[in-house]
Design a protein around this ligand. Structure first.
Ligand SMILES: Cc1ncc(COP(=O)(O)O)c(C=O)c1O
Length: 397
């Protein structure tokens, strides 16, 4: 019998090639032409249920744009979770502000509400906390009601990092519609891909106007610059690739949901407490870009990194580790005082925190990337490989 190999591949519909021909025939490839970019933005705004979308060159540039557009600047503080991709926090530095890290909840893997409140209390008198960025890890919504309630009480803005969560829902609304501004990524492992790309979503007219200028050199009309901006535009080529997928986005989400639900059910039934899955909050509908699993290492006779190698060797190539280290422990953030052009007047125990839950999760997590377009059979095949490999290293099964 031939061995199944399951690997991550984006799903590119044939309409992409027609749209690309159209772009090339038009001779107009840059984002400044705005034809496919505009179609992509309008279609994404409709899908999300927001008034405005600004297409960007990446999720990272979208996050930077979100922060600057809501007014984050020098000496502000932005609170971010310690379990996330670097851009959630590096975008704060790009905006000239100080990222301060908050611990996560071990069940949901989102920002921990009680630690968030503790940090807001501690920082209240010494710093200006301008915003909190929540991350919907893996496409599983963060517990937005609790977090929004805290943000309101402390008068801080909410930014949503929806890089991994396009299409996920919370209380019947798409994530990305709760914050003052939200960032999406279209990197190939995301719900849909433009190769590289991102977007800002907002329903605030002022935020939209600033974002639009910010991604376009700070221009308010041709060759007239009113603020420091960047070239963060998405090109027509990327937008054409994205639009063709956006027109079919429900099937991209649905196939991932089917795959994830089957995989989680199969693995949980057989492996019990050897592997724990992320727990979506009540009233949410995750879009499962990733399946995060927390290993019960005490019961396994193998290290996490060896296990990843074994799983890949057996054909489960979609396995990786996201993320192996709390973000605040990277040398980048350990050097934070040398990165900003002003003195940071924040107590050192807040600037350099040890995040207990992040440390625990990072040492035990393994991640299954979920590509679009897989079937129930693929889920059973993936679960079978996963279960069989774990069985080899667990005496109690
Ligand atoms: C949570 C999170 N934020 C931000 C980003 C940045 O997106 P991009 O890679 O498109 O810059 C990513 C992408 O990997 C991400 O996973």
């Amino acid at each position: 019998m031939t061995r199944r190999v399951l690997e991550y591949r984006p799903l590119i519909p044939s309409a992409v090639f027609d749209y690309l021909r159209d772009v090339f025939d038009s001779g107009c490839l840059a984002g400044t032409c705005g034809r496919f970019v505009k179609l992509f933005e309008d279609s994404l705004a409709r899908f999300l249920g927001v008034r405005y979308v600004v297409a960007c060159s990446s999720g990272t540039s979208a996050l930077h744009t979100c922060l600057r557009s809501i007014g984050v600047s020098y000496r502000d503080v932005v609170l971010v979770p310690g379990f996330t991709f670097v851009a959630t926090a590096s975008s704060v530095l790009h905006a000239g502000a100080v990222p301060i890290f908050v611990d996560i909840d071990v069940e949901n893997l989102d920002i921990d509400a009680s630690d968030l409140e503790y940090m807001l209390k501690r920082l209240k008198d010494s710093s200006h906390v301008k915003a909190v960025t929540v991350v919907h890890i893996g496409g599983v919504p963060a517990r937005l009601s609790e977090i929004m309630n805290i943000c309101e009480r402390y008068n801080v803005e909410l930014v949503e990092d929806c890089a991994q969560a396009l299409g996920a829902e919370y209380n019947g609304r798409k994530v990305g519609t709760f914050g003052k501004a939200s960032a999406f990524s279209f990197y190939p492992t995301k719900t849909i891909t433009t190769g590289e790309g991102g977007a800002v979503a907002t329903s605030d007219e002022n935020v939209h106007n600033i974002a639009r200028m910010f991604i376009n050199h700070g221009e308010d009309r041709r060759y007239h610059y009113v603020m420091l901006g960047y070239n963060y535009r998405m090109s027509e080529i990327n937008a054409a690739i994205g639009l063709a997928q956006l027109e079919r986005i429900e099937s991209y989400i649905e196939s991932r949901v089917v795959f994830a639900e089957k995989f989680i059910k199969e693995v949980s039934e057989v492996l019990g407490d050897l592997v724990r899955f992320q727990r979506p909050p009540p009233g949410s509908r995750p879009c499962w870009n990733l399946i995060e699993m927390i290993l019960n290492l005490e019961k396994l006779r193998i290290s996490r990194d060896r296990l990843v190698q074994e799983l890949r060797g057996e054909g489960l190539k979609m396995i990786s580790v996201a993320y192996p280290e709390p973000l605040n422990m990277s040398p980048l953030f350990q050097n934070i005082e040398n990165l900003l052009p002003y003195e940071i007047n924040i107590e050192r125990d807040l600037l350099y925190r040890k995040l207990k839950n992040c440390t625990y999760v990072c040492s035990r997590v393994i991640t299954l990337l979920v590509p679009p377009g897989l079937t129930e059979d693929d889920a059973y095949a993936a679960a079978e490989i996963f279960i069989n490999v774990i069985r080899r290293f667990c005496s109690s099964l």
